[in-house]
Ligand binder design. Structure first.
Ligand code: HEM
Ligand code: HEM
Length: 231
């Protein structure tokens, strides 16, 4: 039976019979990668960081981590930045005057704490760091790259832009509506009505963007797990 070389790279997989590669007897991993590059008409440098694993009759050449390690760092940096913003808000909102303002403005104060505070910390901080951990672990445990770089990029921007928009929108609308309630002695429903359609849009648009960010990440995880190597 002819030995097969499986080349697994982000978004592509090739199975090449070893016999079809022009290799000397007792070839090295380096020679194998060079021959694979010639076969795929790829730059030899593009396979330089790839790992070669000899699995019985099969040889696997794969980019185990590659681009997804850069994505780990991006999610981590955004995650800790959101956590920084959220914990600063946490410290600010324990101040007695701020607590009083938040309590006395009902639904408007609720947008600032917990809606802005909880989501910037939990979605922006915790979820984004969890995503970074997933992108670190997936290629290493499955021994193949994450399914799609484009999905990872889009989900990063969905999360980063969505959480930022949600945060700014909750804090701004909460502050404007709360101030209107106190200045005019009106209830939350009247203040909210005065800020329509901005109030509704301020929820719906950031929520949709955040949702897309979560779901693209989730799709990428399912697709990475589902894409079993052939053979
Ligand atoms: C320096 C750090 C922080 C401070 C000083 C702080 C402070 C606060 C305060 C004063 C409240 C309002 C509690 C109340 O309404 O009785 C609150 C609520 C909340 N915080 Fe933080 N926080 C901090 C960090 C975090 C982090 C890191 C997370 C999540 C990872 C978080 C998640 C939440 C949530 C989910 C609520 C809403 C709880 C509820 O409505 O019952 N906080 N925080
Ligand atoms: C697309 C994503 C998300 C959207 C649009 C969203 C939106 C909302 C909304 C509208 C509420 C109800 C607010 C209220 O009426 O009191 C809420 C509450 C909450 N969400 Fe989210 N959420 C999302 C994701 C998440 C995730 C991933 C987490 C945690 C990791 C989270 C944690 C919370 C918490 C702790 C509360 C309760 C806050 C409180 O009242 O104490 N959310 N969210």
């Amino acid at each position: 039976m002819s030995r097969l070389v499986t080349v697994s790279r982000p978004g592509e997989e090739h199975i090449i019979p070893l016999a079809s590669l022009d290799l000397p007897h007792g070839f090295s991993d380096r020679e194998l990668k060079d021959a694979v590059a010639v076969h795929l008409k790829a730059e030899p440098a593009s396979l330089a960081g790839h790992q070669v694993e000899h699995q019985g009759d099969r040889i696997v050449v794969h980019d185990r981590t590659g681009w997804s390690d850069a994505m780990v760092v991006r999610f981590l940096v955004w995650g800790v930045t959101f956590l920084f913003v959220g914990t600063i808000q946490g410290v600010v909102q324990v101040m007695p005057d701020i607590r009083r303002w938040i309590f006395s403005t009902g639904g408007a104060g609720h947008m600032i704490d917990p809606l802005a505070h909880a989501h910037v910390n939990l979605v922006g901080g915790v979820v984004m760091v969890v995503i970074a951990v997933c992108y670190y672990l997936l290629p290493r445990t499955l021994k193949r790259p994450v399914y799609s770089r484009r999905l990872a990029h889009l989900s990063l921007w969905g999360m980063a832009v969505g959480v930022s928009m949600w945060y700014l929108s909750m804090v701004t609308l909460g502050y404007l509506e709360g101030s209107m309630m106190l200045a005019q002695g009106i209830g939350f429903h009247e203040a909210k009505a005065a800020y329509q359609p901005w109030h509704a849009l301020g929820f719906v648009i950031p929520a949709t963007v955040m949702g897309i960010g979560h779901w693209l990440f989730i799709a990428n995880v399912y697709l990475t797990v589902a894409k079993r190597p052939r053979g």
